[in-house]
Design a binder for this molecule. Structure first.
Ligand SMILES: Cc1ncc(C[n+]2csc(CCOP(=O)(O)OP(=O)(O)O)c2C)c(N)n1
Ligand SMILES: [Mg+2]
Length: 373
């Protein structure tokens, strides 16, 4: 064997139990469950709490808008806020985020406006925001493709010598995709500055984890690729923040990729068109509701006298304001130009598309109401 390869350090192995820094009853964890990670400071934790509360209110508003027909579809992250918000809080300005359809509140936390975010879920054919401005790739629906994009961008950053790190989310089901394997493998081979955050929410639509993988944890997979793996309580925002931030630091300082599994649960249906009662028991949902990530952090911060009633009220009113803005934005009917469909297919227009465009233009001009465009 090549000496260089034989001397590679053995990467950190996932712990037997998920890493946790705040217990479900809101107490600081001081034993080996913390795996040597330190509790983030109170200001950071309050920032996470605030964003989680705002995100949950945003999503309850969005779900109501889907029922009113204002939005086509929406995959909820209810119960997964700790993973989503901790990951975004771990990013620096120059870093890139590669989200999936599930990770809308991550976009909100990174500063994308609600109108820009929801264009996608309204059925517009373009991503509503500028990926370069926010350093967020379009939300990916083809499973695990975003992981390859993250590795590509991270590798390019490394070659160019800048200190950008890419963070990508994946679902438990997505780890069965070939794209996930290729992303993990080449991230490690090229020592790309990338952090993989797998949100194991126990289901891939109706397929439970037990039917998805025989691995003890998804974090264990990291070892086979030669990168550190961390198995974390995904409903503990403090632990997710501490572990993800350390992965970001490792990547930024040339230490290569990290794979982090946050063990969590999707409380809502897969999307508003799914009926979870067909494949899981309500008692299971109730059990996970009792492990709510927002309540847990709230209890800790209230005990520490950081989350006072006045602070709590202020956060609640911020959340209400965002919900009202979301309603206002989505209650306006979008003015769409069907011809725009052709504008961004190719950099240079093709004659066949120009013909189709002319055909549609003619149809719109002659059809009833066409002149209203
Ligand atoms: C390549 C590909 N195959 C299948 C699908 C259909 N599909 C959409 S969501 C989903 C389940 C994904 O589960 P998981 O990765 O655990 O993410 P979650 O929805 O739980 O966040 C499937 C199979 C798809 N979008 N892309
Ligand atoms: Mg899943």
């Amino acid at each position: 064997m090549n000496d260089d390869v034989a001397q590679r350090e053995e990467p950190a192995r996932p712990t037997a139990q998920p890493i946790s820094l705040i217990s479900n009853d809101g107490a600081a964890v001081t034993d080996s469950t913390a795996a040597g990670f330190a509790l983030p400071d109170s200001a950071t934790l309050l920032g996470l709490y605030r964003q989680m509360v705002i995100s949950r209110r945003f999503e309850s508003q969005v779900m109501a808008l889907t029922r009113q027909g204002r939005l086509a579809t929406y995959p909820s992250a209810l119960g997964q806020e700790a993973c989503e918000i901790a990951a975004v809080a771990s990013l620096d300005k120059q870093d890139w985020l590669f989200p999936t359809y599930r990770d809308t509140i991550a976009l909100l936390a990174r500063g994308v406006t609600v109108s820009e975010i929801l264009a996608f879920f309204r059925g517009d054919w373009h991503t509503g925001f500028d990926p370069y401005e926010h350093r967020i790739a379009p939300q990916s629906t083809p499973l695990a493709t975003q992981a390859l994009h993250a590795v590509g961008l991270a590798t390019a950053a490394k070659l160019q010598g800048d200190d950008t790190v890419a963070l990508t989310f994946l679902g438990d089901g997505s780890t069965s995709e070939g794209d996930a394997h290729e992303a993990f493998n080449f991230a490690a081979v090229w020592q790309a500055p990338v952090v993989f955050v797998i949100q194991n929410n126990h289901y891939a639509i109706s397929v439970p984890y037990a039917k998805q993988s025989h691995a003890r944890t998804l974090a264990d997979k990291a070892i086979g690729y030669g990168m550190p793996g961390y198995y974390v309580d995904g409903n503990d925002a403090a632990a997710m923040y501490a572990v993800i931030s350390s992965g970001m630091d490792r990547a930024r300082s040339g230490g290569g990729p990290t794979l982090i599994e946050g063990l969590t649960y999707r409380i809502e249906a897969h999307t508003n068109s799914d009926d979870p009662s067909r494949y899981r028991e309500k008692s299971e949902e109730d059990e996970w509701r009792a492990h709510d990530p927002i309540e847990r952090l709230g209890k800790y911060l209230a005990n520490a006298n950081v989350l006072t009633p006045a602070v709590s009220e202020k956060i609640a009113s911020e959340a209400e304001e965002l919900a009202a803005n979301t309603r206002d934005a989505m209650n306006q009917s979008p003015v769409l130009d069907p011809l725009e469909l052709f504008d961004h297919v190719y950099a240079e227009q093709r004659s066949s598309l120009l013909e189709q465009r002319a055909f549609l233009e003619n149809e719109l001009a002659t059809a009833d109401g066409g002149s209203e465009r």
